[in-house]
Design a binder for this molecule. Structure first.
Ligand SMILES: C[S@@+](CC[C@H](N)C(=O)[O-])C[C@H]1O[C@@H](n2cnc3c(N)ncnc32)[C@H](O)[C@@H]1O
Ligand code: SF4
Length: 392
């Protein structure tokens, strides 16, 4: 491992321990489905090209295990991609356990490939993994497929079920099966929650968590966000994505306030944003612009106001002022506006390393503000939710 450290001779490096006792291993960067999060975006590393092969080579894996396997206490058998897509995933696990039966192996999967005959059974029979997280966000194809694009809810559930059934049939205690239900605004109703808990009991998983996630931004569950009654009723089963916090901008579908001398205060939107306009002279004023790069068509924007839908005009590298008259019957001091942007761009795909945001349009914050979460009853400090990523 040390011989490849850039710019150093092996002799320069004096590690505090000769071998690691924990290892995160990425068997595959490929996946059989296309979840809608920025990290799994298929083209997001086109410019950095950190990984040139889809699957870890078998001989490299064996060399690595021969060297560090005997010293390992923990092996995380996943990172990006679907670990069980590696053609020799089960052989790899068996090899690691043969090298060192004491290694505690954790993996995370979408479950689909475990529905194939023999895979779940071999995992259980040979004790290949100790902890398996099944990432399944939904209770039917409709609620599941909206995030897990191209995935089959039936197969994902069957994969998880085959592991629990095989455990019961063979009276094995492992692996611990954890169902991670990713919680979005389309699968967070009381009915969805009740159905998920019914399935949890029927399948007989060992652990279960609804995970509040922030990716994709427009999928956030506001109904179950910290500080809402929905959050309080779910507390025993909730986990929060690392870094998840009740952020005013993110909850409104905005990437955060920025400012520059030319544009004044503004924010980029994602695919959708909820705003509150502060009208002047009974007119709503929304200024929108998009960047100069990448050069492509200016995105089409739909603005939904309480009295109708309006197309929004977007300036290229300069503000376009959209004015909308407020009808007489509307008497509220602030006007809610839902923005929908037809096409977003991801800077990472255009060579901006590290910026994998989906950007919609720039909105001036002079006459609009982010709409607050309508379900929030009490203010929440980010500190209150820190450290809840593995469970409330
Ligand atoms: C990129 S996935 C790779 C492993 C496997 N394919 C899976 O989906 O479990 C790595 C981890 O990200 C988690 N994950 C996937 N989508 C997520 C989201 N939108 N928010 C939070 N965690 C997510 C999964 O539960 C998994 O543990
Ligand atoms: S199943 Fe896992 S690796 Fe595949 S796209 Fe979904 S989150 Fe990413």
């Amino acid at each position: 491992m040390y011989e490849r450290a850039a710019g150093h001779d092996a002799a320069d490096l004096t590690p505090s321990h000769p071998y690691p006792n924990r290892l995160i291993l990425e068997p595959s960067i490929k996946c059989n489905i296309r979840c809608r999060n920025e990290t799994c975006d298929i083209a997001n590393d086109a410019h950095i090209e950190l990984r040139r092969e889809n699957f870890m080579r078998w001989d490299l894996f064996c060399r690595l295990m021969d060297e560090v396997g005997p010293h390992l206490e923990e092996l995380y058998f996943y990172n990006y991609g679907e670990p069980f897509l590696h053609p020799r995933a089960l052989d790899m696990l068996a090899y690691a356990k043969k090298m060192n039966p004491r290694i505690h192996i954790t993996t995370s999967t979408n479950g689909i490939l475990l529905a194939r005959s023999g895979k779940a059974e071999r995992n259980v029979a040979e004790g290949l993994v100790d902890f398996i997280c099944c990432t399944i966000g939904g209770v039917d194809q409709e609620t599941y497929g909206r995030y897990h694009k191209g995935g089959s809810f039936e197969k994902a559930l069957l994969g998880m079920r085959r592991v629990t059934e095989e455990k019961r049939r063979s009276e094995q205690s492992g692996p611990t099966v954890h169902w991670r239900y990713l919680l979005f605004n389309w699968n967070d109703s009381d009915e969805h929650i009740a159905q998920a808990l019914r399935l949890r009991d029927e399948i007989g998983v060992d652990e279960f968590r609804f995970m509040l996630t922030a990716s994709p931004m427009e999928g956030r569950s506001l109904f179950r966000a910290p500080g809402t009654p929905g959050f309080e009723t779910m507390k025993p089963w909730l986990a929060l994505q690392e870094g998840h916090s009740p952020d005013l901008f993110a909850e409104a579908g905005l990437w955060g306030a920025e400012t520059c001398s030319l544009n004044g205060p503004f924010s980029w939107t994602g695919r959708r944003a909820s705003l509150l306009a502060l009208p002047r002279m009974r007119r709503v004023h929304v200024r929108m612009a998009c960047g100069g790069t990448p050069t492509g068509p200016v995105p089409a924007v739909r603005m939904r106001l309480p009295w109708g839908d309006f197309p929004g005009q977007v300036g290229r590298e300069r503000w376009h002022d959209n004015f909308i008259d407020i009808p007489e019957m509307f008497s509220q001091p602030k006007v809610p506006i839902d923005l929908e942007v037809a096409t977003v761009f991801t800077p990472m795909r255009h060579g901006v390393v590290g910026d994998n945001r989906d950007l919609g349009v720039m909105v001036s914050l002079e006459d609009v503000v982010p709409a607050p979460n309508p379900y929030r009853m009490t203010a929440v400090s980010p500190a209150r939710v820190a450290g809840c990523s593995r469970g409330a």
